[in-house]
Design a protein around this ligand. Structure first.
Ligand code: HEC
Ligand code: HEC
Length: 377
């Protein structure tokens, strides 16, 4: 990390902590862990490296469709970093019933493979394509060598110097719980966008933004999956219903994951991301075929600052995303084939008949969802 990056982080930390209610001890510990760049092997990468406050808690590196691990060059995960903000509202992975149909919903990651935030937080430290620690013990030793080791022991009641197997397990569990506690705070879940202020009656949307909102909830069908009103999981709109869908998103030929050594990606450029279906298949769950290619509906909060888009980062701009929804099935449009041809949603998108003004209005509306909006004086 260079000096400029350090300054950016310091400013961002000040900016986020300045506006929010005081954190509890456990949340404060979680924040220290979340921003600690020493918890990777080699040191240099923290959770915030890929989920940064200045990038809507997603990856600040917009030049890459997916995120780079801590090892320099050639180590990339296969998916685009989603925002860690508002992830706390996702219900535990499971099924729900909607109009008599049983649907998968909730969980963490694009494919739902972590049940909740605590299980999610245990993953990145040990992922060789992310923070690359060889084992849990290495992470705990690093925490024991940190300047907040005493605070950790005080908050969690776990002795960091006594490193038997079960004690390491316990310390690792407490680490994940503290991070999840921090992810549940208003530092990540600010609800401070222009749209929130508009709903509170504090600002007005421009004519264009208003038109975008009406299209979003009407003709463009967006709110079917990205609800713009409070729902079952929060008193505010979360812009996701946490269900799973295959939009027919094309493969991303620029995904650097394709060029990874065989050890990490045996399929090379033929790699296909089966999303939820892949996760269910690996667990031997019957009916996984019906979920192949589906990924979790992402929140659209902070979407204006979290490019690139989709699970594989195939689209660079919001215009491109809307164009895809608008013209996927248009005879004149030429989109590449879907990454997974099975289970593509054909009812709710593909030929929306939006003109250019309407596309621009939808984008303008989505840009009102960025947190930290300061109303003009
Ligand atoms: C190298 C970049 C990188 C690092 C470091 C990283 N993440 Fe992630 N994170 C990702 C990617 C990529 C995904 C999506 C992976 C997938 O779906 O398979 C993800 C997914 C998530 C999600 C799920 C969000 C959702 O809506 O499903 C959360 C929460 C999260 N990360 C939090 C963390 C925490 C906490 C840490 C530190 C312990 C961390 N991340 C470290 C890249 C990273
Ligand atoms: C049938 C459900 C559904 C509908 C309808 C829908 N979306 Fe989505 N949206 C999704 C899913 C699922 C993804 C992730 C797709 C992927 O990664 O392949 C997504 C992704 C996105 C993304 C990228 C998010 C990110 O973090 O990368 C944007 C932006 C978006 N949708 C906007 C819209 C807009 C605007 C509309 C209306 C024109 C809309 N969506 C309609 C389900 C839906």
């Amino acid at each position: 990390m260079n000096k400029i990056q350090l300054v950016i982080i310091a400013v961002a930390l000040l900016a986020t902590s300045g506006t929010c209610a005081a954190l509890s001890d456990e949340e404060e510990l979680g924040k220290l862990l979340y921003f600690d760049t020493n918890l990777s092997t080699p040191a240099g990468q923290s959770c915030a490296s890929c989920h940064h406050p200045t990038a809507g808690f997603a990856d600040p590196d917009n030049d890459q469709p997916v995120s780079q691990g801590v090892l320099p060059m050639k180590r990339f995960g296969n998916r685009n970093s989603p925002t860690a903000a508002y992830a706390a509202y996702s219900p535990d992975f499971g099924t729900i019933t909607e109009d008599g149909e049983t649907l998968y919903a909730g969980g963490q990651f694009w494919d739902g493979r972590a049940k909740d935030l605590v299980e999610q937080a245990k993953g990145p430290f040990l992922n060789p394509l992310e923070m690359n620690n060889p084992n849990k013990r290495t992470v705990i030793v690093k925490i024991n060598n940190s300047d907040y080791a005493d605070f950790f022991e005080e908050v969690t009641d776990v002795n960091l110097t006594y490193l038997s197997g079960s004690n390491v397990e316990l310390a690792y569990q407490k680490t994940a719980e503290a991070i999840a506690a921090y992810e549940n705070t208003s530092e990540l879940n600010q609800f401070s966008s222009k749209y929130d202020l508009y709903l509170a009656g504090d600002v007005e949307l421009t004519g264009e933004e208003m038109m975008g909102l009406e299209l979003f909830e009407g003709k463009a069908l967006c709110s079917q999956c990205h609800p713009s009103e409070p729902g079952p999981y929060a008193d505010q709109a979360l812009f996701t219903d946490y269900t799973y869908d295959n939009l027919g998103t094309p493969k991303n030929p620029d995904n650097p994951f394709y060029t990874l050594p065989k050890k990490f990606n045996p399929d090379g450029a033929n790699f296909v991301d089966y999303g939820l279906g892949g996760f269910l298949m690996s667990g031997g769950v019957a009916g996984w075929e019906n979920e192949a290619g589906k990924v979790k509906v992402p929140t659209l909060r902070n979407i204006g600052v979290t490019s690139p888009y989709m699970h594989n980062g195939v689209f660079g701009s919001l215009e491109e995303v809307v164009d895809f929804y608008n013209t996927r099935d248009n005879a004149t449009a030429v989109w590449p084939a879907p990454e997974v041809a099975e289970n593509v949603n054909i009812g709710e998108l593909g030929d929306l008949g939006l003109n250019e003004t309407e596309v621009t209005a939808l984008v303008a509306f989505m840009e009102t969802l960025t947190d930290g909006y300061a109303a003009p004086a």
